[in-house]
Design a protein around this ligand. Structure first.
Ligand code: ADP
Length: 244
């Protein structure tokens, strides 16, 4: 039986990571930074959420109705650090050493060991992604990706970079056999990507990815923080994920 590690005082991220890996889901809970975490079963799927809404606002969609895909996507408004999933994605900056916005929230919640592990990763290029442990987060892993910095209208390369953030993060989900992941609205804060344009890229990318890989995951959660983003996603979801 491994020695119990105190995540608040430990200075050894490798030891802490190995210790957490050996715990059951229930045992990990006592190490969370918060009590009010949100489990996957509390997050309705788009299929369930939309079934309760008004189905006549669908309009025409270029996509087929696919019940199996609609069960794998959710929108959740709130703090991504509270989500008890296999992984959450961090909208990091290229240093991977923490910053403002969601990045700062994730580093504060996970605790100082996250930064110690990030230090060993030596930066990350725009559009790429790297994975670490979640430490005191309810999420087991953090996938750090770096979105494009945009001023004015996004260029075709900004679009590709934003797509790559989501696709490369999802590749790490597959590589690590993870089943649930939440994404923040990457690049739409300090990095300046216009929110609605970003949402269109994100939804197209997630739809395409799920058509290919839906059997390998339980859920992709779009975690919106601002009311504005919730409105945008609720408006666009029926086009990318038609229910009827
Ligand atoms: P970027 O530098 O990639 O633009 P930001 O952190 O500035 O990243 O913003 C990305 C998005 O994350 C914004 O929509 C912001 O509202 C949102 N955000 C900020 N804090 C949180 C949080 N705790 N949970 C989820 N999303 C958050």
């Amino acid at each position: 039986m491994a020695m119990k590690v105190d995540l608040k005082t430990s200075i050894d991220w490798k030891e802490a990571k190995a210790f957490l890996k050996g715990l059951s889901d229930k045992q990990r809970e006592e190490h969370y930074f918060c009590r009010d975490f949100v489990s996957l079963k509390k997050i309705p799927t788009w299929k369930d959420a939309e079934a309760k809404g008004a189905p006549d606002k669908m309009g025409k969609s270029q996509y087929q109705v696919d019940g199996a895909v609609n069960e794998k996507i959710s929108i959740f408004r709130g703090d991504i650090t509270k989500l008890q999933l296999d992984a959450i994605v961090n909208a990091a900056n290229s240093s991977l050493m923490g910053g403002g916005g969601v990045d700062g929230c994730i580093h504060r919640a996970a605790g100082h060991l996250l930064k110690e592990e990030c230090r060993t990763l030596h930066r990350c290029e725009t559009g790429k992604a790297k994975i670490t442990g979640g430490y005191r987060l309810p999420a087991k892993y953090v996938i750090h990706t770096v979105g494009p910095i945009v001023q004015g209208d996004p260029s075709p390369s900004h679009v590709q970079e934003l797509r790559s953030c989501y696709r490369n993060s999802l590749q790490l989900v597959l590589d690590n056999s993870l089943r649930s992941v939440a994404f923040p609205c990457i690049s739409t804060g300090v990095f300046g990507y216009p929110s609605e344009a970003a949402a269109e890229v994100v939804l197209g990318t997630l739809r395409e990815w799920l058509e290919e890989h839906k059997d390998k995951v339980d859920r992709l959660v779009i975690c919106v923080f601002l009311e504005k983003d919730e409105k945008i996603y609720r408006k666009l979801l029926p086009y990318f994920f038609p229910v009827a």
